[in-house]
Design a protein around this ligand. Structure first.
Ligand code: ZN
Length: 171
């Protein structure tokens, strides 16, 4: 018998629609989760970078926690962001259309309209409250990943992407 020892930052399998686990509710991260979250975050980044993607929500790897990681990799330089218990506090008045894809729906892209600016509150890995004001791609990415944490929002997002794909395929 051979025991496979996985490195602690190994990539995790990304759940693909229609995996039933993607439909479970993500619960808020509590102080009791601190060690588990610290262990999970490097693996979320590894999974996201290998995919490759610019954002990943913990439920996409079957961890039902309100936790997302984002890195736009602008100019190929890493800028990793971890958002624990993110909440959208405020959205700007102007809506912006942008093509979005999702690591749980490989190869599918759809035009999605969202507020162009958002203010997000969250906790960092030390449990300190933080606030982030974002526009452009970062605003869209944060909203997309936060959608993954709420069943209703996630279902709307995934249905929309899947539907758009059918239209493109038949065009
Ligand atoms: Zn997604």
């Amino acid at each position: 018998m051979r025991v496979m020892q996985q490195p602690s930052d190994a990539a995790l399998p990304i759940l693909i629609v229609p995996d039933r686990r993607l439909k479970s509710r993500a619960r808020p991260v509590t102080p009791a989760d601190a060690a588990a979250v610290r262990a999970l975050v490097p693996r979320l980044f590894r999974t996201m970078y290998e995919a490759p993607g610019i954002g990943l929500a913990a439920p996409q790897v079957g961890e039902m926690l309100r936790l997302i990681v984002v890195d736009l990799m602008r100019d190929n330089s890493p800028e990793p962001r971890v958002l624990v218990n993110p909440t959208i506090l405020r959205v700007g008045a102007e809506w912006v259309l942008r093509e979005e894809g999702c690591l749980s729906l490989p190869g599918m892209y759809a035009d999605v309209t969202r507020p162009g600016e958002v203010t997000v509150s969250y906790h960092d890995l030390d449990g300190k409250p933080q606030r982030c004001e974002a526009d452009g791609l970062l605003a869209a990415c944060l909203q997309h990943e936060i959608d993954h944490l709420t069943p209703l929002r996630r279902n709307m997002l995934l249905r929309r992407l899947a539907k758009e794909q059918k239209i493109k395929a038949s065009a």
